[in-house]
Design a protein around this ligand. Structure first.
Ligand SMILES: Cc1cc2nc3c(=O)[nH]c(=O)nc-3n(C[C@H](O)[C@H](O)[C@H](O)COP(=O)(O)OP(=O)(O)OC[C@H]3O[C@@H](n4cnc5c(N)ncnc54)[C@H](O)[C@@H]3O)c2cc1C
Length: 410
C-alpha cells in the first residue's frame, strides 16, 4: 500500500494548521502519526533532522515480549503481532526475523526470577520457556552453556529494521492524509487560557489543538516548552559488527548474557552484531562511535562465547538510550498544563519493540477511548506522586526477572 517518498517531498512549506502536531520522526512519532491518521485525525509530524536520524536509526532492533511485568509484556506482545502484520498494515517489508530471544542466566537467583516471569508471560499468552544446557547448545553453539545456571527463551521474538519501520509508518501516515515535514525543529508550544493553540518552529508557527511529544532522548527540552517535566536523560550505547566470517555463523537467537549485558545475533548474511552496555557511560548527547569500548566487549564475549573472543569487529554504530529514572517509558496525556499535550518517550532502550502498540494506545488516548493495551501505569505522573517506582501491576523492572536500575540490558 505504501510507497517510498523522496526526502525532498517532506521539505515543503508548513501548513498553517493541523489538528495534532507530532514532535519527532523516530519509531514512536511515526507510529503515532500513522495510527492517528488512519483514525481520521489531521496530523502534522515535525522532525528536526531526517526521519529515523535519532535512536531509531539503529541498523537492527530487537523485538520481544519477554519482560518481568505484565504491562511491558503486553506492549511487547501486541507489538509483535503488529510487526508480523506490517507487510499488510501499513504495508512495508521491515526485514522481520524471528529466531527467538535467549536469555543466559548466570546464577540460581536469576533462574528463580525468570521462572516467575516465564509463568506470568505464559498466562498472558507468551510462549516463553526455561531451557537446560543441551537446548542452549543446540540453539546457539557459540555459547559455553556450562557457565550458566539456566536460560529462558521465546521463539517468537527476534529483530527487524527500525529505519524500514519508520519509513513504513511515515508513508502509511501520509497515505491516510498526514503531512510530514523534516528539518523543522519545534522550539515552543503556545498555550492560551486552557488550550494549546500553536507550536513554534524554526520555520514559523503552526496552529494546532494538540501536541504529541515523541522526541526520544531530546524529550526533556521540548516538554519543558509545554510546561511539562518529562525526566528523560541520554546515554550513549554502542554496537559492533563483524565482517562476513570465514565460517558462516549458524542461525542463532538474539542471545543475551544477563550477567554482563553482552548480546549478539545474526546480522547481514555471514556477519554478527555484538553489543554491551558500558556501565561507566555518562549522561550526554554523545553519538560518536568509540572503539575504546572493544576491550569491555571482548572480555564479555570471552566469558560467554569463547570461540568468538578474537572475532574481528570492523565497524560500529552509536546511538542514545533515552532513560527515565525507573527505566520504563512515559506514555500518557499531561495533567496540570494547558490544553492537550500527550507524550510517548523515554523508552529506556525498548522503544523500537514497543512502538506499534504504543502508537495504537496514543491514538485511543487522543480519541478518549480505553486503549487495547493498558498504558495507565506509564503516566509521567508517577514521578510527581510516587517517586521513581513504576506503579504498574507486578514488578517494577522492564527486563525479565531483574529488579533495579540495571534492568535494561539491550
Ligand atoms: C545501541 C542501541 C541499541 C538499541 N537496541 C534496541 C533494541 O534492540 N530494541 C528496542 O526496542 N530498542 C532498542 N534501542 C532503543 C530504541 O532505539 C529507542 O528506544 C527508540 O528508537 C526510540 O524511538 P523514539 O522515536 O522515541 O526516538 P528517536 O528515534 O530518537 O526519535 C526522536 C526524534 O525526535 C527528533 N526531535 C528531537 N527534538 C525535536 C524537536 N524539538 N523538534 C522536532 N524533532 C525533534 C529527533 O531528531 C529524533 O529523530 C536501542 C538503542 C540503542 C542506542
Amino acid at each position: 500500500m505504501t510507497s517510498a517518498r523522496h526526502p525532498a517531498d517532506r521539505r515543503g512549506p508548513l501548513p498553517a494548521r493541523a489538528e495534532v502536531v507530532v514532535v519527532g520522526g523516530g519509531a514512536l512519532g511515526a507510529s503515532v502519526a500513522f495510527h492517528l491518521a488512519e483514525d481520521g485525525v489531521d496530523v502534522l509530524l515535525l522532525e528536526a533532522d531526517e526521519l529515523a536520524s535519532g535512536s531509531s536509526g539503529k541498523p537492527i532492533g530487537g523485538v520481544r515480549a519477554q519482560f518481568s511485568d505484565p504491562a511491558n509484556v503486553d506492549l511487547g506482545n501486541r507489538s509483535l503481532e503488529l510487526y508480523e502484520d506490517f507487510a499488510n498494515r501499513p504495508g512495508a517489508d521491515i526485514g522481520l526475523q524471528q529466531p527467538g530471544y535467549l536469555f543466559l542466566l548466570p546464577g540460581a537467583d536469576d533462574v528463580a526470577l525468570f521462572e516467575e516471569s516465564v509463568a506470568m508471560q505464559n498466562e498472558r499468552g507468551v510462549a516463553s520457556r526455561m531451557l537446560g544446557h543441551d537446548a542452549v547448545r543446540r540453539l546457539n553453539p557459540y555459547v559455553d552453556a556450562d557457565r550458566y545456571a539456566g536460560a529462558a527463551y521465546a521463539a517468537r521474538d527476534g529483530f527487524a529494521h527500525p529505519k524500514a519501520v519508520v519509513e513504513g509508518y511515515a508513508a502509511g501516515a501520509e497515505w491516510h492524509g498526514a503531512t510530514i515535514r523534516t528539518h523543522v525543529t519545534v522550539t515552543d508550544v503556545e498555550a492560551r487560557g486552557d488550550d494549546v493553540v500553536a507550536v513554534w518552529t524554526n520555520h514559523g508557527r503552526v496552529r494546532t489543538d494538540a501536541v504529541v511529544l515523541c522526541a526520544g532522548a531530546w524529550t526533556r527540552d521540548v516538554a519543558a516548552k509545554a510546561g511539562l517535566d518529562l525526566p528523560v536523560d541520554p546515554y550513549r550505547r554502542q554496537i559492533g559488527f563483524t565482517p562476513r566470517l570465514e565460517t558462516a555463523p549458524p542461525r542463532i537467537p538474539f542471545t543475551i548474557d544477563y550477567g554482563s549485558t553482552f548480546y549478539f545475533h545474526n546480522a547481514e548474511p555471514g556477519c554478527l552484531l555484538l553489543g554491551i552496555a558500558d556501565p561507566a557511560t555518562p549522561v550526554a548527547f554523545e553519538r560518536t562511535y568509540d572503539p575504546g569500548w572493544l576491550p569491555l566487549l571482548r572480555g564479555a564475549i570471552g566469558a560467554c562465547a569463547p570461540e568468538l573472543v578474537d572475532v574481528p569487529v570492523t565497524r560500529g554504530w552509536a546511538g542514545l538510550y533515552e532513560m527515565t529514572p525507573d527505566h520504563n517509558a512515559l506514555i500518557g496525556e499531561a495533567t496540570g498544563v494547558p490544553g492537550r499535550v500527550l507524550y510517548a518517550a523515554g523508552f529506556s532502550g525498548h522503544g523500537f519493540l514497543q512502538a506499534p502498540a504504543v502508537g495504537e494506545a496514543v491514538r485511543d488516548l487522543y480519541a478518549g477511548r480505553t486503549p487495547r493495551t493498558d498504558v495507565s501505569g506509564f503516566s509521567a505522573d508517577r514521578f510527581a506522586t510516587a517517586g521513581p517506582t513504576l506503579p504498574i501491576t507486578g514488578q517494577t523492572t522492564t527486563s525479565p526477572g531483574r529488579r533495579g536500575p540495571e534492568a535494561n540490558i539491550i
